[in-house]
Ligand binder design. Structure first.
Ligand SMILES: Nc1ncnc2c1ncn2[C@@H]1O[C@H](COP(=O)(O)OP(=O)(O)O)[C@@H](O)[C@H]1O
Ligand SMILES: N[C@@H](CCC(=O)OP(=O)(O)O)C(=O)O
Length: 374
């Protein structure tokens, strides 16, 4: 199949993840939820669902939907008020989806996720099981970031990357990103002469594209996070189409709209994808040359003996960067010790540690299954 024909991936997808941004669901003046636009989108998605396809909807708009009920006039800038707005708005958002899908005889289920939920193995397995079961039951999962508990450091903030990871969790055949512009342009679309980019293959050809931030007062990621999301999905082998919400119907029918991001490789093991894209490193481990060789060339786990220095404050299970003796980042992994425990263990063999401190200290610093080489 030629790259352009990969539009069929969207048409034929038996599992489709669709992400819609705040700017496509809200009234451009007041910033509140625009139910007419929401209903128009739901009509398209319900058609696909009723034709037998599974659809997961990743929907932003909680903060935007909370603006009016809180008596605000625009999107709040501080985290606490954003969380309050999301708390009020998320209920209104899901209620509006239930009404709109309900008109087609369909039921929705709310799934709220934090970055942690798609990073830590136990949580991500839970999220996957829930989404799978909802789809088996014919429900349309409505996913959003759990804004009320996500702190500044750990939140995605935009839903684009979350959507890419959900596409991966759900084993989607295609990802559709809906926003307020009809495609990726080679420069900010507000500038005259900007041209649509119809096709991006394997992430190539983006060097001449000027990608900017958000064009609306309610969106948060802009085009940068959408291109990033397409690249995450592509690296998992998932074809991604970016277009505007009003063109969702045409996009799902395979018409030549938007920008199609076509993967070149095959799916990478899911844990590795997570580590590379979903985690925010909390610290750094400096490795000696022998440890770099063991980890990079021989694909071994990282042991305390090869770590020379610990930088940053982290807990066990957090993501950290692994650096070579010259400071170059060589990989990323989930660490099995906190930054307070680790310094006392450096340079010592697991055998000695187990003998002196007990069998609990025989564990690796980073297990090779939790480690990705960058
Ligand atoms: N090269 C580009 N091509 C298309 N849009 C771009 C580009 N650079 C910046 N943008 C802006 O990105 C915006 C979409 O991002 P955003 O407002 O965060 O949407 P959403 O709320 O859907 O996530 C567009 O309105 C557009 O102004
Ligand atoms: N979780 C937030 C998403 C924030 C947001 O603006 O995202 P997006 O419109 O996708 O850039 C919300 O529901 O308001």
């Amino acid at each position: 199949m030629t790259a352009a024909n990969r539009r069929r991936d969207v048409v034929d997808a038996s599992r489709l993840v669709v992400k819609v941004g705040s700017s496509s669901l809200t009234d451009p003046h007041g910033g509140g939820l625009d139910e007419e636009r929401l209903v128009a989108l739901v009509d398209v998605l319900a058609r696909r669902r009723l034709a037998g396809g599974s659809v997961v909807l990743v929907s932003s708009g909680a903060i935007a939907a909370g603006i009016a009920p809180l008596g605000l006039t625009k999107r709040p800038w501080d985290l606490a008020t954003q969380q309050a707005a999301a708390s009020v708005g998320q209920g209104a958002l899901v209620a509006a989806y239930q009404r709109a899908f309900g008109a087609h005889g369909l039921t929705v289920g709310q799934v709220l996720l934090t970055a942690d939920d798609v990073t830590r193995r136990s949580h991500y397995t839970n999220a996957k099981r829930t989404i799978d079961r909802l789809l088996e039951l014919g429900i349309v999962p409505i996913v959003n970031e759990n804004d009320t508990v996500a702190t500044q450091e750990i939140r995605f903030g935009d839903n684009d990357r979350l959507a890419a990871l959900v596409a991966h969790i759900a084993h989607a055949d295609a990802l559709v990103l809906l926003t307020d512009v009809d495609a990726l342009y080679d420069g900010p679309p507000s500038q005259p002469g900007a041209q649509r980019v119809p096709l991006v293959v394997g992430g190539l050809g983006l060097d001449h594209v000027r990608i900017g931030g958000t064009g609306s007062s309610v969106g948060s990621g802009g085009m940068v996070t959408k291109v990033e999301a397409a690249s995450i999905a592509n690296s998992a082998g998932i074809t991604t189409l970016l277009t505007s919400a009003p063109q969702a119907g045409e996009a799902l029918e395979g018409k030549d709209v938007g920008t199609l991001f076509v993967p070149t490789g095959s799916r990478r093991a899911s844990r590795k994808l997570w580590l590379a894209h979903a985690t925010t490193p909390r610290g750094r481990l400096m490795l000696d040359a022998g440890a770099v060789h063991a980890v990079v060339e021989r694909r071994k786990s990282l042991l305390p003996a090869g770590v020379t220095e610990v930088v940053g404050a982290f807990g066990d299970g957090d993501a950290v960067e692994l650096c070579g003796p010259d400071g170059t980042v060589i990989g990323r992994g989930l660490v099995n010790y906190s930054s307070t425990e680790l310094p006392d263990l450096l340079g010592r063999t697991t055998h000695d540690l187990a003998r002196e401190l007990g069998p609990g200290y025989e564990r690796e610093v980073v297990h090779r299954d939790d480690l990705v080489i960058l």
